[in-house]
Write a protein that binds this ligand. Structure first.
Ligand SMILES: [Cu+2]
Length: 146
């Protein structure tokens, strides 16, 4: 009986520590922000494996979707519905590009770094449509300096 009690309290402690370390990060979907029109704020996040990113609808007509070319190999990806405040959990280290489907070419993109990862060269050479390419290149330059 004593052993069961001890095991139970160990389990509770384990559960507490896990939830204490896993965080939820909020990203706003906006028509306009500090970075110009059609933005996610922030446009870059460095998170830990097990963390969740929640996309908040600050303005209407936006979504969040993964970008196949800017995802680790084997990543199944996701597509949020328009105006959906989707929550995405990230378990595998790597870099994940995010786009707003209707405003991709208008540069509504962001980048998420999960855990320890090095930006693959293929991300740099990938040409995203319209303004998205410049915004990604700007993010790469910014994170290189960190
Ligand atoms: Cu949008």
């Amino acid at each position: 009986m004593k052993l069961i009690k001890q095991s139970l309290s160990m389990l509770c402690l384990l559960a507490l520590t896990t939830t204490a370390f896993a965080q939820t990060h909020e990203v706003l979907m906006k028509n306009r922000g500090a970075g110009g029109p059609m933005v996610y704020e922030p446009d870059y996040l460095a998170i830990q494996p097990g963390d969740t990113v929640k996309f908040i609808r600050k303005h209407k007509s936006h979504n969040a979707a993964s970008i196949a070319e800017l995802s680790p190999a084997g990543y199944p990806g996701f597509v949020g519905k328009i105006d959906e405040e989707i929550e995405v959990k990230y378990d595998k280290p790597g870099f994940y590009g995010i786009k707003c489907t209707p405003h991709y070419a208008q540069g509504m993109v962001m980048l998420i770094k999960v855990g320890d990862a090095t930006l693959p060269d293929s991300y740099r050479t990938f040409k995203a449509p319209g303004i998205a390419d410049k915004r990604f290149q700007d993010i790469y330059t910014r994170i290189e300096k960190q």
